[in-house]
Design a protein around this ligand. Structure first.
Ligand SMILES: C[S@@+](CC[C@H](N)C(=O)[O-])C[C@H]1O[C@@H](n2cnc3c(N)ncnc32)[C@H](O)[C@@H]1O
Length: 247
């Protein structure tokens, strides 16, 4: 039967690739790739670098999956559900046509596949169209890259941590430690000035940027640095930890 590895490759540094991931990379015949947007070239290059570096006998192929268009008007959850269903049909066709009956395919997920990544949700739907088995190899997330580079614990002693998005932060604020991802709008600027922030962009890559302080001290500086880096690279990935009650 066909099988698929969903491999977390870590959030930027090829050294984040685990030995379990290396085993799965070496077991793979066909890598299915579906990056998009301005970051596409850089992210594809990193995935190819990982394959070149870790695969001992390079008999593998890359197959690019076309990405169906997502409706931009109307109900957001419905638009995402339709988009996932359309992707599932594309992936099913690719698995059927590109993998032999006992072939091994892989999806390389940035960071870890369980965190703000739709690969596993879509693969579950692909099973409605084509039969295969799959396993999941965990990876180092941008959250761990951020805390490691700032050398800080994620949570306060005995306290919970929220992982959220910029959109949610703007809507509801945060009451305790919170990691904010997927924020294109510097939503930390809406926080009270005494809020502590640890910010990082392009973590684990040669372009990495780090800054920390209170939102009052460094908020505007981060916004400027972010805008400048985004203009230079054409894309940016950044993440931050907030602690509203930090002393
Ligand atoms: C679609 S999510 C994917 C997260 C990924 N699955 C993970 O485990 O980290 C993309 C978001 O992750 C964060 N991110 C991922 N890699 C990053 C990096 N190297 N530096 C900074 N932020 C990163 C950013 O907030 C970005 O908007």
């Amino acid at each position: 039967m066909r099988s698929i590895h969903v491999i977390g490759i870590g959030a930027g540094d090829p050294d984040y690739v685990t030995s379990q991931a290396v085993r799965a990379l070496n077991d793979t015949d066909v890598f299915f790739a579906m990056d998009k947007g301005q970051a596409k070239d850089d992210l594809v290059a990193l995935r190819r670098e990982i394959c070149q570096r870790f695969i001992v006998e390079p008999g593998y192929r890359f197959v690019e999956l076309p990405d169906p268009k997502r409706a931009s008007d109307g109900d957001y959850p419905q638009a995402v559900a339709d988009w996932h269903a359309a992707r599932a049909r594309v992936w099913a066709r690719a698995i059927e046509t590109e993998l032999g009956p006992d072939g091994v395919g892989a999806f390389l997920a940035w960071g870890d596949p369980s965190l703000y990544d739709s690969t596993l949700r879509i693969l579950d739907q692909v099973l409605d169209h084509v039969e295969f088995t799959y396993d999941v190899i965990p990876g180092i997330t941008a959250v761990q890259a951020l805390t490691a580079r700032h050398r800080i614990p994620l949570n306060d002693v005995g306290e919970p941590v929220l992982i959220t998005t910029g959109r949610q932060l703007r809507g509801t604020g945060v009451a305790g430690s919170a990691v904010v991802m997927l924020d294109g709008d510097c939503s930390f600027l809406t926080c009270p000035p005494q809020t502590r922030i640890w910010w990082g962009a392009y973590l684990g890559t040669p372009d990495e940027l780090l800054m920390s302080g209170t939102v009052g001290e460094v908020g505007e500086l981060i916004a400027e640095l972010r805008a400048d880096a985004r203009a230079r690279h054409g894309w940016i990935m950044d993440i931050y930890l907030l602690r509203p009650n930090a002393v």
